[in-house]
Design a protein around this ligand. Structure first.
Ligand SMILES: C[S@@+](CC[C@H](N)C(=O)[O-])C[C@H]1O[C@@H](n2cnc3c(N)ncnc32)[C@H](O)[C@@H]1O
Length: 295
């Protein structure tokens, strides 16, 4: 495992999110996207001896790495999907928790570790699974989906104006043989799009395929419902999202909760990273933090 790469992940909106999450130094907090432990460490630093953190991640490599790196008897680490949060909490014999943090998407490790097949710079096989025990992967999407289905995911999940052209180009290319590597797919995108600013032309289609492979939007919808169920009254749900599709789900959930008097919205407007954080950590540029408190 490329540990040096893991160290590259800089937690986003660290102080802002944990400040709003932790309301009791002896509470139980769940970091459902524990990754490489940036937020979990900050939460632990604000708890006393009675406090507890449950860290969950779909990626077993992240969990195994963190088990070695962050040894703290107040921390429990588990591989799992946050869409199953209520079952996970029940299995730990915990009834309710004080706060839950979601820091969505992938970590820098996923993008930089070329063998995981997330990066358009990579010569490795198209993959993009966060949970490597899952069989469905990016190769299946690129090589088996119909042109209509490719167009749909590029339009919906990539919000890509060239969705039709790129899906047609993929299907044309497939007539000559399968598309196997990230680089091969990126080259198809490069032929179609003109480079727009600093963003690589394949960014949107890679985002769309990653969302499809990992069922990210469905998991988020289930995850926040599950989170609400396991929160105590007064407990907080904090979500950091990185694109408008995720943010819309969170915003609507909080708005509906507030309308039905189930939640109080703590962040009237989403909190964004400071200019300084944007400068030091480009991944923070699209981040939005929203927080709700269970009534
Ligand atoms: C942006 S990173 C989190 C980084 C972390 N906050 C830190 O400080 O290192 C997102 C993490 O969420 C995980 N993840 C994404 N979807 C998930 C899901 N449905 N269930 C559990 N973990 C998930 C990814 O594997 C990734 O490690």
């Amino acid at each position: 495992m490329a540990i040096s790469v893991m160290h590259l992940h800089k937690p986003v909106l660290l102080k802002e999110s944990v400040e709003l999450l932790v309301t009791s130094s002896e509470g139980i907090y769940v970091d459902v996207t524990v990754g490489f432990g940036g937020h979990a460490s900050e939460i632990l630093s604000r708890l006393n001896e009675s406090g507890r953190v449950i860290g969950i991640d779909r990626d077993v490599e992240a969990i195994n790495y963190l088990k070695e790196k962050l040894k703290d008897n107040r921390l429990t680490l588990l591989q799992g999907n946050f869409s199953d949060l209520s079952e996970i909490i029940e299995n730990l014999n915990i009834t309710k928790v004080d706060g839950i943090l979601f820091d969505l998407g992938v970590s820098l490790f996923h993008l930089k570790e070329l063998t995981r097949g997330f990066s358009f710079l990579s010569e490795s096989r198209l993959d993009m699974r966060m949970d490597t025990s899952q069989t469905f992967n990016a190769w299946d999407v690129v090589n088996k989906y119909s042109q209509k289905d490719l167009e749909r995911i590029f339009a919906e999940y990539g919000e890509d104006v060239y969705a039709k052209r790129i899906s047609e180009a993929i299907v044309q290319k497939r007539k000559k043989g399968t598309i196997n590597t990230c680089r091969e797919l990126a080259l198809i995108a490069e032929e179609i799009y003109r480079r727009r600013g600093k963003i690589h032309p394949a960014t949107r289609i890679f985002q769309a395929i990653r969302i499809e492979v990992n069922g990210e939007l469905e998991n988020l919808k289930k995850g926040i419902i599950s989170a609400y169920q396991v929160l105590k009254s007064g407990g907080r749900l904090c979500v950091i999202s990185y694109h408008s599709l995720e943010d819309r789900i969170v915003k609507n959930f909080l708005r509906d909760g507030a309308r039905s008097n189930k939640l109080k919205i703590i962040t009237k407007k989403p909190i964004k990273a400071s200019f300084e954080e944007n400068r030091l950590n480009p991944s923070s540029r699209s981040a939005k933090l929203r927080v709700g408190e269970k009534i």
